[in-house]
Write a protein that binds this ligand. Structure first.
Ligand code: BDR
Ligand code: CA
Length: 320
């Protein structure tokens, strides 16, 4: 059996690609999916996650709804216009209506139950705001050692996308990100937007995916609003499938090159709120000047092989 995986998600066009990648990978034991507010409200992200699993013929996978707002402060982010009104470019009804009901008891109960039942450590892949994962770590310290690693899509080493300083998932709940990334309770891999941008996919690649089979065709139908946003952001006919890059690393460990680096999350109310401060100075210099900050060490993805990533996606999503 391959990687035991739970995805925590806010679909989201790129979340849909990420979910489909895991759901269509025979070497992945997708134990469950939990949802969170983010790209749209949690009621919609939950419905969208269930629709993507129905598309992939994976309604054996349980889905539970989670946080509707950040841990501490009221929500500051608006639902993301990049993903359209329903989170899937206004096209969610292209996907099949789900038949399996949502799990009772919510995301916290599903996460805890799956970890309690796991016979081997489980990988968590949060690809939305980190609220559900922070709540899990805070409420169930007895389950920390059941978590192999947490592969987070989030953060930015350079400039952000939600603000000049902050990436959307971390900006959506900086206190939660602080707990997960710097609490030292579980090993974390951070896949920041600097690396996901390097793995952008072109409209031509997407057309190839659409021609590859029914799953590729349905995913392609979800991209118009998102692609339009990234045409503006990139100045090219391409889009960034952030979350699929993180899930690819979760299911194929080592796909991304990582470095263990000090990371802190800015939780002040100032203009840098939600920034991930990653110390990339050479260790010799860092050692001389390091001052205690409220941070920890995280394996930060610093480089990727975009061709390998795209080949993995094509191989998994094109299966009949
Ligand atoms: C992240 O923000 C969301 O809009 C995407 O789904 C991704 O998880 C990228 O910053
Ligand atoms: Ca997401």
């Amino acid at each position: 059996m391959g990687t035991r995986l739970i995805i925590d998600t806010d679909p989201g066009v790129d979340d849909a690609f990420a979910l489909a990648l895991a759901a269509r990978s025979a070497d992945v034991d997708l134990l469950g999916v939990t949802t969170v507010f983010g790209n749209v409200d949690v009621e919609l992200t939950t419905a969208n996650a269930r629709r993507v699993l129905a598309l992939c013929d994976r309604e054996d996978v349980p889905v539970a709804g989670g946080a509707a707002r950040p841990l501490v402060h009221p929500r500051r982010t608006r639902p993301s216009s990049a993903h359209g009104d329903d989170g899937l470019s206004g096209r969610s009804d292209v996907l099949p209506a789900p038949r399996r009901p949502v799990e009772p008891g919510g995301a916290g109960r599903l996460l805890a139950g799956l970890l309690e039942a796991a016979d081997e450590p489980v990988t968590l892949a949060p690809i939305g705001p980190l609220t559900n994962i922070a709540a899990l770590l805070a409420s169930r310290p007895d389950l920390h050692d059941r978590i192999a690693r947490v592969v987070v899509m989030g953060g930015a080493v350079g400039g952000g996308n939600a603000t000049a300083a902050a990436e959307f998932n971390v900006f959506s709940d900086p206190e939660a990100a602080h707990r997960v990334l710097t609490g030292g309770e579980v090993p974390c891999v951070l896949v920041p937007m600097d690396v996901t941008y390097r793995c952008a996919v072109t409209a031509e690649w997407l057309a190839g995916l659409a021609a590859s089979g029914p799953v590729g065709a349905a995913l392609h139908a979800l991209v118009p609003d998102y692609l339009a946003h990234y045409r503006k952001a990139l100045g090219a006919d391409a889009m960034v499938i952030h979350d699929a890059v993180a899930v690819a690393e979760a299911i194929a460990p080592g796909l991304l090159r990582t470095e263990s680096l000090p990371v802190a999350v800015e939780t002040s109310a100032g203009p840098a709120r939600g920034a991930t401060v990653v110390d990339r100075r050479r260790s010799e210099v860092r050692g001389e000047t390091e001052v205690p900050v409220l941070g920890g060490r995280v394996d930060v993805a610093v480089d990727a092989d975009p061709d390998r990533l795209r080949a993995l996606l094509t191989e998994r999503l094109a299966q009949p």
